[in-house]
Design a protein around this ligand. Structure first.
Ligand code: EPS
Length: 374
């Protein structure tokens, strides 16, 4: 089974990801991992930290002569801002952050012990592991992208754009947004939040193209790939809600306006003209583009801090102010890509098996032939 662990603190020595269960024979280069890490650092609204760091991964194990050898792949990203032992003690937990629950749960007298690990800096390691998964998916013609659809209530009009256009238009946008007009308004919204010493959240969409029919299963709750993907996105710091395809809107519409009619063509096989289901029926992939959406809350470090309580004296005091981001939704989208890539790679390996890329491809090709003649 494909799995990964991350380790590291926001201002610790480094972040580490260990990816276990990846096939042998996959091309893995630091440059392609670093390209993903650079994308995670982008986005209008980020704080000062992103000007300090230039995240670069070092492959520590599991790769020889630029190919995976089957063993665990360890990736290390050093923190330039390594100062964990010099930072001040934190006593006033931030509402919305893991600060207070973490201090109570782990019995820590210094909230810094909590916030250092709870920080979204950890997502650097997720993106590194996800970059390897993306590389694996590419071998099967599967591509993953993300874009921002909403910032603080400002919506992008991207419903009618196809996968390629969405990817192209959002790629070089400072907001990772495919709608130029909305992008300007989103940036203005970020500026307003910054000016009022506040923070702002939003919604990003993760799209996955080229996924075969039949990943995941309806036969048992924990085998539904749709549910696994939702859990993976929910695990990202600040994410409070996840939708697939039409999402919550399905509840407002009639069946005929929700379900995607089925067509068949000798060349294409079975296909749909709409994709309200977002690539899933019965928790199983149906071959259409997977559409996942996740909403983030406004980030919990406010420059104009909210009311809190000193954890020792129990006095009412304002929460601690740490350097942070006004928003990081574009970066969150890149993390969403990594998590989706990991879950889909895991599902591919579950279905097709194999210890080497050649073996997995052989199994995959056999299955594709079965699908083609159905
Ligand atoms: C982040 C690094 C952090 C924050 C942010 C994400 O850097 P620092 O804490 O040194 O400013 O910018 O983390 C949080 C929002 C958080 O709540 O901890 C990163 O690399 O993405």
């Amino acid at each position: 089974m494909l799995r990964f662990l991350t380790s590291g603190e926001s201002h610790g020595k480094c972040l580490v990801a260990i990816l276990e269960g990846m096939v042998a024979g996959l091309s893995i280069e630091e440059a392609s991992i670093n390209a993903e890490l650079a994308r995670r650092q982008e986005g209008y609204g980020r704080g000062g930290r992103m000007t300090i760091e230039k995240d670069q991964a070092e492959i520590l194990s599991g790769v020889r002569w630029k190919k995976s050898i089957g063993g665990p792949i360890a990736l290390m990203i050093p923190n330039k801002d390594f100062k964990i032992n010099e930072l001040p003690v934190v006593k006033k937990p931030r509402p919305g952050h893991a600060d207070l629950v973490g201090a109570i749960k782990y019995g820590r007298a210094d909230v810094r012990d909590i916030l250092e690990r709870a920080s979204a800096r950890e997502t650097t390691a997720r993106v590194a592991a996800g970059a390897v998964c993306k590389q694996f998916l590419k071998e099967f013609g599967i591509d993953v992208t993300s874009h921002v659809v909403c910032i603080g209530g400002v919506w992008a009009a991207t419903e009618n754009l196809n996968y390629e256009t969405t990817k192209k238009l959002s790629l070089h946008s400072p907001m990772h947004c495919a709608d130029k007009k909305a992008e300007k308004k989103m940036m203005a919204r970020v500026d307003e939040a910054r000016k009022s010493k506040d923070t702002i959240g939003g919604i990003f969409e993760v799209l996955v193209k080229g996924v075969p029919v039949g990943l995941g299963s309806f036969v048992h709750y924990d085998r539904r790939l749709s549910a696994q993907l939702c859990a993976a996105l929910m695990s990202i710091q600040a994410v409070k809600g996840v939708e697939i395809g039409m999402g919550f809107k399905v509840s407002e519409n009639l069946g005929k306006d929700v379900h995607d009619e089925i067509f068949h063509d000798k060349k294409k096989g079975f296909y749909r003209k709409t994709n309200h289901a977002g690539g899933f029926e019965g928790g199983v992939t149906n071959g259409e583009v997977i559409v996942l959406r996740a909403a983030t809350k406004p980030y919990s470090t406010l420059m104009s801090p909210m009311q809190s309580v000193h954890i020792d004296t129990k006095e009412r005091q304002l929460a601690t102010v740490e350097r942070s981001d006004v928003t990081a939704v574009p970066a969150c989208g890149v993390v969403g890509e990594a998590m989706a890539a990991f879950e889909i790679a895991k599902s591919m390996l579950e279905k097709f098996g194999g210890d080497s890329l050649i073996e997995t491809k052989r199994n995959f090709d056999h299955y594709q032939k079965q699908v083609d003649v159905f």
